[in-house]
Design a protein around this ligand. Structure first.
Ligand code: MRU
Length: 364
């Protein structure tokens, strides 16, 4: 997608064919900067410290992390160690495990001296596959938006609410929840996006708003509690969110606050869709609430906030009394019954075991 008019992916192979380049998302929206990952530890740190984030991008970074580890040492022990180190970086995004298992199963049967080339080839294939998946989610989701646009009268923009960042920065390109929006925008369907700020890390106000702005899509940033009010007043035609892990039941684990938006949408008859890439389904998790552990992050993300001061300096300030306890649950589970449907790369499906197994019979 576009940054200052230039096409970028969120991760790519460096000019030397070995190092890996990323957009450092911790510096956005105030500074656009790229970072170079030169070894396994760089890849682990990039995921852990959220320079890269979002389930599909975490998966792609882990795949390149395995390739970087093979350059350092292609032995069986090094492969196992890299797998374990990368696996520990973030707990929720199921794409992490999916990508690591894929790389491990491809590399283990090979001789050590064959592994470097094979690892880079596979990591590149997975990154390209992610782009295809997201583009296809965009094509299917665009049709939903088009139907609403035709129904409502073509002079009015379609108002879409999204939570967190499930745009191209959360994937290799296109995004999941934002892919239908970009495709609709390209098809000249007028769109306006309500962007939840998404406390505590503010992926909405810092990343979603930034990438929509770079791409020229009209949007308004709102605090996380506004969505229900907007829906009561018919200001939201459609909600689309991403997912970090989807259970076989169709329950969706996504950024904290998604559940409350789904409840409000249900109460107001607003369609609530989840953009779901196949690799984000956890076929080992039957039930979202029972089987998906919820990541808890450092409480300073709640007690402090970082932004740009009028002087231009990036600064962090304390929001709470110094003695108050804080809790930082990073994700929640939205039950399948609140979800109108999944927008997948294979088409739209019901949020249910039947819906998922019909689309992905080879995984069921
Ligand atoms: O904690 P993050 O920023 O890695 O959060 C994950 C996400 O980006 C979102 O939950 C997103 O909606 C799903 S991933 C496309």
């Amino acid at each position: 997608m576009q940054v200052n008019g230039q096409a970028y992916r969120a991760i790519w192979l460096g000019g030397d064919g070995r190092t890996v380049e990323i957009i450092d998302q911790t510096r956005l929206p105030h500074e656009f900067a790229c970072a170079r990952l030169g070894n396994l530890m760089d890849a682990c740190a990039a995921i852990r410290d959220m320079q890269v984030r979002g389930a599909p991008l975490i998966g792609a970074t882990a795949a390149f992390g395995m390739a970087l580890a093979m350059v350092e040492n292609p032995s069986n022990e090094s492969l196992e160690t890299a797998y374990k180190k990368l696996f520990k970086t973030r707990p929720t995004a199921v794409n992490l495990r999916w990508a690591l298992n894929d790389l491990k199963s491809k590399l283990l049967p090979l001789q050590p001296d064959e592994r470097v080339a094979a690892a880079y080839l596979r990591a590149t294939q997975l990154a390209d596959q992610d782009v295809e998946i997201c583009s296809s989610i965009g094509d299917h989701g665009k049709e939903l938006i088009k139907e609403i646009w035709k129904r409502r009268g073509k002079d009015k923009p379609v108002n879409i609410l999204t939570h967190c960042n499930a745009g191209w920065l959360a994937t290799v390109d296109w995004g999941t929840a934002l892919a239908p929006i970009y495709k609709a925008h390209e098809a000249d369907i007028p769109i306006h996006v309500w962007v939840d700020e998404t406390r505590p890390r503010n992926q909405g106000s810092s990343l979603t708003a930034w990438e929509l702005g770079q791409h020229g899509v009209a949007h308004t940033v709102i605090v996380d509690n506004v969505g229900g009010h907007l829906m009561q007043h018919s200001k939201v035609d459609l909600c689309i969110t991403g997912t970090d892990c989807t259970a076989v039941s169709g329950d969706v684990c996504n950024k904290i606050g998604t559940y409350l938006k789904a409840l409000a949408a249900f109460d107001n008859n607003v369609p609530f869709y989840v953009a779901l890439p196949g690799p984000t389904i956890d076929w080992t998790a039957e039930d979202g609430i029972k089987d998906i552990p919820i990541e808890q992050r450092n409480t300073t993300e709640v007690t402090q906030i970082t932004g740009r001061a009028p002087s231009g300096e990036i600064t962090t300030v304390l929001l709470t009394p110094e003695t108050s306890n804080a809790a930082n649950y990073a994700f929640d589970v939205t039950p399948a019954r609140l979800i109108t449907g999944f927008i997948t790369e294979r088409g739209i499906s019901k949020a249910s075991k039947e819906g998922l197994t019909a689309l992905y019979p080879e995984c069921a």
